[in-house]
Design a protein around this ligand. Structure first.
Ligand code: SF4
Length: 827
């Protein structure tokens, strides 16, 4: 297929719902070329390029083509607004004649439970409450059979459903304006509340007849409304239906979160799936978050308790039925009772290392008076690194294990921990008749120490954080003296997810990584491991691929023995794979688009004034010259722009400063709104306030949520101004560990790769909020000499794509007012 083939002749032409622009034709053909050979395509284009449709059309065309291996698409995005964009573009595709691709959005239980949506259950309580309601439903069914009220549990489920359907006095439970078949309250039998939606699901499952079909719902909202109206649980329906979807839409957890993949999306992590990764400029930080893990010290203690409890059952302690069940389960595993004794000792040793590190850290922080100091009223959070953040060397625990050749014991302990979690789960369900509320503490202990062992010292940073407890505890246990004033949490943070991303991407048949701000593409390819895929040097597996293999073995409702984990999968992924480097090589393609709208509709300038860095600007009273320069520039943009202006600062404190100086400026007539850290709902209200009514100014932080993935279309925004380069704090131990890891991996380019380039992407994202359509006009102003200079080591101009570099004209502050006025007169 030619790259410039007219759309009407293209095989995908009937999928694309509009007349494609030449750039879109080129982009789709280019992606198809890359994916046909199982490759990865980087797609960079500003808002308005139609990236969502380009991605969907190319991927759907390949899925439809019987000559390819592709069967489905998994779309992941970090922004709700983008999820809606994919949903509506898929609907636009499906609204055409003779084209239909079933799609479904994956969302969480709290968003899909009718009782949460109608306020009967709190969002935070849903997991616990749902388990309790489901267990109650099950118990009521069993009781009905036991008491001979009915012959089968399924009949009892039907009875519970009917009971909740009886003519209610106060109408019916209504979700999104549609009535459900049930009473408005959570129904009960005596004092026992139950869930009729779950009872209905059981009835449907027995009859193998479900009221909801993939052809009836696409969005999460539709699944909620339609599922509730049919009287069945929308969340269970979503889980049942998504394997039938050609396009599944979700978030980063669905591809890169080991626990979510294991629990839900394992079948999608597959060579027959095309992954569309939207907002892919954030891939590294998203995956870093998915891999990081924290465990309270008290949970660690409970984890030791879980091991001892199961060991007790195996050695004749406790409830006899539990002893019998646990013994039979262990007999079916490759482990012995003695392995539990070894693991308890090993975990206690790991715990003593951590405890010693906490005490040593407190002594370093407070000196000889540490015991008294930790009980004082002026306590603040303390971070105790378990390894040097600035030297690439292992932590003491890993060194000890290596020195004593305890690698096999560590692996054995992980196997025992995993098995213990499963045994506890099965015993709870089979003997106590209760579904566990999440995993047991030993499951969390496994997660932490798996990463500790599997991840190298440069990939993960280990530390303990101590948070002041509300009340001083006068007599803490001798083994935990810090508990006099603090609560401890052991944390393992991923520093550099390059290998994990590469190995996870490799599990898919191909991928499109798209964003408005991927550039510079060479650096992006390095940090995301795409270069490794190109060279065939990607690792053979990741935590996600392991989670996938494990989950494939475990299915609900099987014999308990079949629910035991695959212990052979525990441990490090092999260092080499059977495939040669040549075989492992994946194609990498890319497409880059410029802002396609008329250039005369926008003014883009970079103002040459001294750097707005923390050391230059803080404290404000000692840096009045710099502060005056920036307040003058802000005032000039705000006064000359006939419409709303978004002022983007490096932090919320600086946003508050910008609001103060603009409020004090008698020449500024616009209302000034100030963003601050707040809930999603509050931020949304602030955005509405900003765009409603007469022109206003909104000051915000570039680390907030109003500068990325938020649409200000039409004339809602006429100007964006950015002060400084939003480089995140680099002084924390974790930031230093990230820089060290990147320096080590990327030849001394740690600061550039881990901090400078992501900061420029943030600035570019904010700049992208203005000019999102053909007829939109606006100004884009960068203030800081680093956006102007080309010959300084602090310059960031080189990280903009060439077309953007050409557009952002360097000017002096004295010319700013004139340039802006001239532009506004011209449009
Ligand atoms: S089973 Fe479904 S409807 Fe019932 S409480 Fe749980 S999530 Fe809500």
């Amino acid at each position: 297929m030619s790259e410039h083939q007219p759309s009407e002749k293209a095989e995908w032409a009937d999928i694309f719902p509009f007349d494609p622009y030449p750039n879109q034709v080129k982009g789709i053909n280019s992606i198809i070329n890359t994916l046909e050979s199982g490759g990865f395509h980087l797609l960079e284009g500003p808002c308005g390029t139609g990236k969502t449709l380009i991605g969907l059309t190319s991927a759907l065309s390949l899925v439809r083509d019987p000559k390819t291996k592709f069967e489905r698409i998994l779309v992941i995005t970090s922004k709700k607004q983008q999820l809606s964009a994919f949903e509506s573009d898929l609907k636009a595709i499906n609204n055409q004649d003779d084209v239909y691709f079933p799609g479904l959005t994956l969302i969480g239980k709290s968003e899909l439970c009718p009782y949460v949506q109608t306020g009967h259950i709190g969002e935070q309580e849903i997991y616990h409450e749902c388990i309790s309601l489901r267990d109650n439903t099950q118990e009521l069914m069993e009781e009905a059979v036991k008491k001979d009220r009915t012959a089968r549990e399924a009949n009892a489920a039907f009875g519970l459903q009917a009971r909740a359907e009886q003519a209610p006095k106060h109408g019916r439970l209504t979700v999104n304006g549609k009535e459900t078949p049930y009473m408005p309250e959570i129904p009960s039998v005596g004092d026992t509340e139950y869930c009729p939606f779950y009872a209905s699901h059981i009835t449907n499952a027995v009859q193998e007849e479900y009221p909801l079909s993939i052809h009836r719902v696409t969005t999460g909202e539709e699944t909620l409304t339609e599922g509730s109206a049919c009287g069945t649980c929308p969340h269970i329906e979503m889980r049942r239906l998504y394997p039938e979807a050609t396009v599944t839409m979700g978030n980063y957890k669905h591809a890169f979160g080991p626990r979510t993949v294991s629990a839900l999306t394992a079948p999608l992590v597959d060579k027959e799936t095309i992954l569309i990764c939207d907002e892919a400029h954030g891939l590294v930080s998203e995956v870093r978050d998915q891999l990081s893990y924290g465990l309270t010290y008290s949970k660690l203690n409970h984890g030791v308790g879980n091991l001892k409890e199961v060991y007790g059952w195996l050695t004749g302690d406790g409830h006899q039925a539990k002893q019998r069940l646990a013994s039979s389960l262990i007999a079916d595993s490759p482990l012995e009772t003695s392995d539990f004794a070894t693991s308890i000792k090993f975990l206690e040793k790991l715990r003593s290392f951590i405890s010693q590190a906490i005490v040593d850290g407190l002594k370093d922080e407070h000196g000889a008076s540490w015991r008294a100091d930790i009980q004082s009223s002026r306590r603040s959070e303390i971070s105790i690194p378990m390894q040097s953040p600035t030297k690439p060397e292992p932590d003491p625990v890993s060194k000890w294990a290596e020195k004593n050749d305890y690698g096999n014991i560590w692996k054995l302990f992980l196997q025992v921990a995993k098995l213990t979690d499963s045994v506890k789960d099965i015993v709870s369900r089979k003997i106590d008749g209760k579904s566990p509320d999440g995993s047991f503490p030993i499951g969390a202990v496994y997660e932490l120490f798996e990463r500790w062992w599997v991840g190298s010292h440069s990939e993960y940073f280990r530390r303990v954080t101590l948070s002041p407890r509300q009340r001083v505890h006068a007599n803490p246990n001798d083994s935990m003296p810090w508990r006099a004033g603090y609560l401890a949490k052991i944390q393992i943070n991923n520093s550099i997810p390059q290998n994990e991303i590469a190995a996870t991407l490799d599990a898919f048949g191909g991928a499109i990584l798209m964003s408005a701000t991927l550039s510079p593409l060479d650096i992006y390819s390095e940090v995301t491991g795409v270069t490794k895929l190109k060279n065939g040097t990607q690792p053979p597996g990741s935590l996600v691929t392991k989670a996938k293999s494990e989950s494939e073995r475990q299915h609900e409702d099987k014999d308990p023995r079949d629910q035991l984990p695959d212990l052979s999968a525990v441990g490090k992924v092999g260092s080499s794979s059977d495939k040669s480097m040549q075989e492992k090589r994946r194609t990498v393609g890319h497409s880059e688009f410029e802002l396609g709208f008329p250039k005369e509709h926008r003014l883009s300038v970079a103002v040459d004034v001294p750097k707005f860095t923390y050391s230059n600007r803080w404290p404000p009273e000692e840096n009045l010259g710099l502060r005056n320069t920036y307040s003058t520039a802000l005032s000039t943009v705000v006064r000359t722009t006939p419409g709303n202006v978004l002022v983007c600062m490096p932090s919320y404190d600086e946003a508050a400063w910008a609001s103060d100086v603009l409020n004090e400026d008698s020449n500024v007539q616009k209302e000034i709104l100030t963003d601050s850290p707040s809930s999603d709902a509050e931020t949304q209200c602030l955005k509405e306030e900003f765009i409603d009514g007469p022109p206003k100014v909104l000051t915000t932080s570039l680390r907030g949520t109003l500068t990325e993935g938020v649409d200000y279309d039409g004339d809602k925004l006429r100007g964006v101004v950015i002060c400084g380069v939003p480089i995140t704090t680099t002084g924390t131990p974790l930031a230093k560990a990230i820089e060290t890891a990147y320096n080590h991996r990327f030849d001394g380019k740690g600061f550039e790769y881990a901090f400078t380039v992501p900061a420029v992407r943030k600035a570019r994202q904010a700049i992208g909020r203005v000019i999102r359509g053909q007829d939109e006009v606006g100004v884009r102003v960068l203030i800081d000499q680093r956006y102007v200079q080309t010959d300084s080591y602090t310059s960031v101009r080189e990280y903009f794509p060439e077309h953007a570099r050409e557009e952002f004209i360097p000017i002096g502050i004295d010319d700013l007012g004139y340039e802006l006025q001239t532009f506004w007169k011209s449009v």
